[in-house]
Design a protein around this ligand. Sequence first.
Ligand SMILES: Nc1ncnc2c1ncn2[C@@H]1O[C@H](COP(=O)(O)OP(=O)(O)OP(=O)(O)O)[C@@H](O)[C@H]1O
Ligand SMILES: [Mg+2]
Length: 257
Amino acid sequence: MNENDKMGAREPIIKIEGLSKSFNGQVVLDNIDLDIFEGETIVILGASGSGKTVMLNLLAGLLEPDSGHIFVDNEEVTAFTSDRQWDKLRLKLGFLFQGAALYDSMTIAENISFAMEQHLTQTDERIREVVEQKLRAVELEGTEGKMPAELSGGMQKRAALARAIALDPRIIIYDEPTTGLDPILAKNISELIVRLQRELRVTSIVVTHDLICASIIADRLALLYKGKFLFVGTMEELRSSENEYVREFLESSSLRR
Ligand SMILES: Nc1ncnc2c1ncn2[C@@H]1O[C@H](COP(=O)(O)OP(=O)(O)OP(=O)(O)O)[C@@H](O)[C@H]1O
Ligand SMILES: [Mg+2]
């Protein structure tokens, strides 16, 4: 059965075609293709330096590809010619960056409402409501007035997640959401990702090294290796893969946590 049959021949919400990116002659992504379907959570795996963040940055328009195409909702974002087009698309995208990504000098409430104030005209009352609702979604009620430094690492991740969902994105992109967290918090965040997917019906793209997180959240996984997707499929298929590198990757990752 091919991928399309399995997905019921659904139209992808994101389509990546022949995407390539090099830096100073070093090929990072080499003609990759990937379809991402509405409502699924796809996990991107790969060794450090394999190009996972580069791929996310291409999706978010923070980098330009050398060649290839990216379509989001049937719109070719790689053909965008103005910032306005990107601004409009970014309303559909929530981004949880690698590392802590809160603005240190703003309160939690200000961090969450920042994008709303930039992109939408809202009353103060409405903004307060949304901030409260998003904080509830990540179980951080009552932290509106706190500064990021007053929160633990795990709470900061959750606050950053509340900010990523502030504009009700249809697609959430997560770069290493559990890195640096203890196993219990990592499991917490993983369960939160699943809950957001179910409750908000979002499509999620998650880069992670954390196979426990991946096994909780992934509908499908894609493994980047030497600029290509060496494997795309379910966790069960990944675990039963006979590919030598896939096996090596699984063994080294399971030792890590
Ligand atoms: N702006 C840039 N300029 C030059 N080289 C870059 C740039 N961004 C990324 N690279 C290179 O591209 C390669 C892939 O980097 P990337 O950040 O995507 O790795 P990664 O898979 O996210 O790794 P990690 O798991 O460590 O986060 C690396 O060799 C990196 O040095
Ligand atoms: Mg990275």
